[in-house]
Design a protein around this ligand. Structure first.
Ligand code: FMN
Length: 208
């Protein structure tokens, strides 16, 4: 079983989502000591943006690529290959300006590949990545639940659920720490609640 662990917070050791994603991976490792974990830190090393030069390099015969072009293509291919190989994907995702960090968006731009993770057919769009389990670790400074005044600004979880659904993944679970910038007490309570939620995730792995 392969697990891809991704963090996208820019806050390093002060990050809430990083603490919770690490707790989730720890629980899953305890359940399956043979779990093969690959870690990608998009905060430290963002995925390169899609670009005209990358597209141009892809259009060339590999033998005709410059070393820089070959390296750009290899970096992008590695992102897609890591995702395709994973059975479980754990993603630490803070809310930034009501959406996801741009570092995570540029990662997504490398895994949304026609013919690999989705395809268009006469029947419409077909997701090709449906065999995976995705666990999103969401952290937010405020509150964005359905009853909150800011619910309409929630474009983080809804975007990711939409994206992973588009590529065929139905098994999406969200572990959330909300209101972490409201007060120190709320931050602590949100963190504890999320870690408690994480401790239950291993049972799902065993049942899978
Ligand atoms: C650049 C930036 C933008 C943010 N935008 C929002 C936002 O739109 N809504 C919100 O509730 N919190 C926002 N926050 C607060 C973070 O969501 C919150 O601090 C969260 O814990 C960050 O996750 P992390 O601790 O894993 O880094 C923002 C923080 C940063 C650094």
């Amino acid at each position: 079983m392969k697990l891809l662990h991704i963090d996208s917070s820019i806050l390093g050791d002060n990050s809430v989502s990083r603490q919770i994603s690490a707790a989730v991976v720890k629980v899953l490792r305890a359940e399956d000591p043979g779990l093969n974990v690959v870690y990608r830190d998009l905060g430290a090393t963002p995925a390169p943006h899609q670009s005209g030069s990358l597209l141009a390099a892809r259009g060339l015969d590999p033998a005709a690529r410059t070393p820089t072009q070959a390296s750009e293509v290899a970096d992008a291919d590695a992102i897609l290959d890591e995702f395709l190989a994973a059975d479980i994907v754990v993603i630490g995702v803070p809310m930034y300006n009501f959406g996801i960090p741009s570092q995570l968006k540029s990662w997504i731009d490398h895994i949304a590949v026609a013919g690999k993770t989705f395809r268009y057919s006469e029947a419409g769009v077909e997701g090709l990545a449906g065999d995976k389990r995705v666990i999103l670790i969401s952290s937010r400074g405020g509150f964005y639940g359905p009853e909150s005044p800011a619910a309409g600004l929630e474009h983080q979880e809804s975007y990711l659920r939409g994206f992973f659904g588009f590529i065929g993944i139905k098994d999406v679970e969200v572990v959330i720490a909300e209101g972490v910038n409201i007060s120190a007490d709320q931050k602590q309570a949100a963190l504890q609640g999320a870690v408690a939620h994480a401790s239950g995730l291993g049972r799902l792995l065993r049942a899978a």
